[in-house]
Design a protein around this ligand. Structure first.
Ligand SMILES: [Zn+2]
Length: 304
């Protein structure tokens, strides 16, 4: 995949996992969202991965977005932190094997999910840093091919998560989430009702350097993908990615929009024109959307 990215080719990422689990009846936990599916509905996690591979995804992302130690503790399942993460990787690896797609890349997700939910407590920053490190170790030990940091929205957590990911020695993707600010400028994402985040470019400038293997935009509304890519490009010459969302989260569930696969494909062409090489989808994006990208976007199948 590294060769394909260096060669300027398009690489397809999968679509949403948490939202897809919800649509198929897995219960979402208020504190640990989709992470509990790794403990209670692992066969569903694996089946969704397989569908994304069959739809044409070159990269599948483990269902570990909400599997941080603090989120699982808040869900009353702190003793299952390791298992929730190793199970998720095992499901992705089994899906790859079942689909007979050895060249599929398995990316291990680490996100700031816990900090989106709770009031900040004084010891949280250290506890989150410890969780990033522990989660990165588990994901790497269980066999992921790279670490995909997702929804990194603040500079301190970004630094901690990047450091933790780098300690594994695996490639690291930094996933950022821009949001339209009240003044029209891009801001870093914050949950609904929370104060506005820092200017997006401030976060980019503080976190991005050329040791990152890719910088992606995820979980953004589609409208900010192209300006977000332009902002990242000011600070990063390497591969860019975009996997936005198409819906609205109302805890603990997701309300889906009706953007068709064909419409999603048309949108994705603007991200490619804006420099993105890694293309996929986040919440609300389904296997049929990824299939539309796979069929509609020319890309070489052979991994260099
Ligand atoms: Zn999302």
């Amino acid at each position: 995949m590294v060769g394909r990215l260096r060669g300027g080719q398009i690489v397809l990422i999968d679509g949403g996992m948490g939202t897809e689990l919800q649509m198929r009846g897995a219960s979402m936990d208020a504190a640990a969202w989709s992470a509990v599916a790794n403990l209670d509905h692992l066969e569903l996690v694996q089946a969704i991965h397989e569908e994304y591979i069959k739809a044409g995804a070159d990269v599948i992302i483990t269902n570990t977005f909400a599997s941080g130690r603090l989120s699982l503790a808040a869900a009353g399942r702190s003793g299952e932190f390791e298992r929730a993460n190793s199970n998720a990787v095992a499901a992705a690896l089994r899906a790859r094997e079942n689909a007979g797609a050895e060249d599929t890349v398995v990316a291990g997700s680490i996100a700031m999910f816990h900090s989106f939910q709770d009031e900040e407590r004084p010891d949280d920053a250290r506890a989150r840093a410890d969780s990033y490190r522990a989660q990165a170790e588990i994901l790497a030990g269980a066999g992921v091919d790279l670490i995909a940091l997702e929804m990194i929205t603040t500079i301190p957590d970004g630094r901690a998560a990047i450091a933790a990911a780098r300690e594994t020695g695996l490639p690291v993707w930094l996933g950022l989430t821009p949001k339209p600010g009240e003044d029209g400028e891009l801001r870093s994402w914050t949950p609904r009702g929370a104060p506005e985040g820092p200017p997006f470019e401030e976060v980019v400038a503080a976190l991005v350097d050329d040791r990152l293997d890719a910088v992606t935009l995820l979980h953004s509304v589609i409208d900010v993908v192209v300006p977000g890519l332009q902002t990242v490009r000011l600070h990063f010459e390497g591969p860019l990615g975009a996997y936005p969302e198409v819906g609205t989260f109302r805890e603990p569930n997701w309300e889906f929009s009706d953007l068709t696969p064909g419409e999603y494909l048309e949108e994705s062409r603007t991200w490619i024109a804006g420099g993105a090489q890694l293309i996929g989808g986040c919440c609300g994006v389904r296997p049929e959307h990824i299939r539309a990208l796979s069929q509609g976007i020319p890309r070489a199948r052979a991994i260099a």
